[in-house]
Design a protein around this ligand. Structure first.
Ligand SMILES: Cc1ncc(COP(=O)(O)O)c(C=O)c1O
Length: 484
């Protein structure tokens, strides 16, 4: 039976359903599986012939016991989770640059046009399934830098078992992302625009973590989280690494690199997980924008909270990549004493310095780079001119990073760049890249974004200083309505 423990080592092993419904581990750590399963060789050889959802099933069945979710229910949940993707391949892989062996894997064909839809649909449907069985209700609170909020709100809209509170920093997400949350008409979705966030979504994360650190309050308000804190999100994302690998490799074992625009390190931690499970990815390229906490720790071993610098790729304007703790847990050989010291010190001082051994471990199969706004714009322009392919700013960070590190590599291999959002979510950046007076290309539009422009918005506003009490008050009031 797969059980889940905490990166801080302070809880007894939990079942999959408990880990998913709780979100955060009660000792303040993150849930991780007691052991990382290996994909059996037979399954690995068969994966090149499988569809994406078949691969999702193979991966998930290694983490979820049949006693918790029986096989037919799991298959049904997976099908429902991906039913609204608008591309027949769900996650198409397109060759981009034959000379440099670059491929783009489009992760943005879900209903809210970012890679967050991949795991969020499955997670919310699974929560709803588990809650129905228990006759329970949950309030989901989540900080968003612009894409998690829409994905969660869309998937949760209309679910009787869930109320969803996406919290976003005022002026730090695109208007298009904001409207994806505020124009949903479901009465269980409560977007909150938070002012006074100097460190963007990271400031909201602190308030959310403070709520979760109060066990009685968490229980009374039935709180949970669907940020990539939630193990379920991480687990589902492992499948796209396997799928992408098999799409482009000519034989199992061929080395392939994957480049990932990284913010909270959720997607990249999953890449690490997929490799540990047996997907033979050679190097991951961790691509930061000018908020380069991750690039700094990969190159120096110093994990440090910097001031936030707003960038054109705003969804990865993140200074505390919380999934890095999961990666550190495995990179220090699951030393929970060390993890407690590091997490406490980071909370007190905003900085830790990794020992040489851990630094060497994190660098195994990881490269990193920080990309400026100017490089982002030049990449969008260059790929548009050469290929008539329009990148969103986050996908541009990925392509730019892969091109730079590919040019430096002695031994170049096929490289997949993850394209994590549709350009229609960021028309202002695309306009800047196209230059004054030039019209936006057709690819910069999407019918769902156009529809939202003409719909009424509903949201509440709150200052960061009052956010904790605001949420406690509103969530208790809504909870009372739900139980009547
Ligand atoms: C478009 C986009 N790309 C990349 C990322 C980074 O993903 P992660 O936070 O899992 O590193 C995010 C979210 O943070 C995103 O919204």
């Amino acid at each position: 039976m797969t059980e889940y423990i905490s990166t801080k080592g302070g809880i007894s092993p939990a079942r999959f359903d408990e880990a998913v419904l709780q979100g955060f581990a009660s000792d303040g750590g993150l849930f991780v599986p007691q052991t990382i399963p290996r994909i059996p060789d037979r399954t690995l050889s068969a994966m090149s012939q499988m569809s994406y959802t078949e691969i999702v099933y193979e991966i998930l069945s290694l983490f979820i016991d049949k006693a918790v979710i029986p096989e037919t229910d799991l298959k049904q949940l997976i099908d429902t989770g991906f039913s609204l993707f608008d591309h027949p391949d769900l996650l198409p892989v397109v060759p981009m640059d034959a000379d440099n062996n670059l491929y783009i894997m489009e992760l943005f064909h879900g209903p809210t046009l970012s890679f967050k839809d991949i795991a969020m649909g499955f997670l919310i449907h699974t929560m709803d399934y588990l809650l129905h069985k228990r006759d329970r209700h949950l309030s989901l609170i989540l900080a968003t830098t612009g894409d998690t909020g829409p994905a969660a709100a869309f998937a949760a809209a209309g679910k009787k078992t869930i109320d969803c509170w996406p919290l976003y920093p005022l002026g730090m997400i695109s208007k298009e992302q904001e409207r994806q949350m505020t124009t949903l008409t479901a009465d269980n979705i409560h977007p909150v625009c938070v002012s006074g966030c100097q460190r963007g979504g990271d400031d909201i994360d602190i308030v959310v973590a403070a709520l979760f650190s109060q066990p009685e309050l968490k229980k009374r308000l039935n709180l949970s989280s669907v940020n990539s804190i939630n193990w379920c999100r991480v687990m589902v994302q492992a499948a796209h690494y396997a799928y992408g690998y098999f799409k482009i490799c000519s034989r199992v074992g061929e080395p392939v690199d994957v480049c990932v625009p990284s913010g909270a390190f959720g997607n990249l931690f999953t890449g690490f997980l997929a490799r540990k499970m047996g997907i033979p990815i050679r190097n991951f390229i961790c691509a930061n924008n000018k908020n380069h906490t991750l690039h700094t720790v990969f190159s120096t071993g110093i994990f440090k909270k910097e001031d936030l610098r707003p960038s054109l790729s705003s969804a990865i304007d993140i200074v505390v990549p919380y999934n890095f703790w999961r990666f550190l847990y495995f990179s220090c050989n699951r030393d929970t004493e060390k993890m407690n010291q590091w997490m406490d010190m980071f909370e007190r001082t905003g900085e830790i310095r990794l020992d040489k051994k851990t630094l060497a471990n994190i660098q195994k199969g990881f490269k990193s780079v920080s990309i400026s706004d100017e490089q982002t714009l030049v990449t969008i322009q260059g790929i548009w001119k050469k290929k008539k392919y329009l990148l969103d700013p986050h996908s541009a960070i990925s392509v730019c990073a892969a091109t730079i590190l590919g040019a430096q590599a002695k031994n170049r291999v096929k490289t997949i760049c993850l394209a994590t959002a549709h350009p229609a979510k960021f028309p202002d950046v695309i306009r800047q890249a196209m230059g004054p007076g030039n019209p936006l290309p057709e690819q910069a539009f999407h019918p769902s974004i156009e529809l939202a422009k003409n719909s009424d918005e509903t949201f509440e506003s709150c200052d960061l200083d009052c956010l904790e009490s605001f949420l406690i008050h509103r969530i208790s009031r809504t909870g009372k309505t739900r139980s009547n």
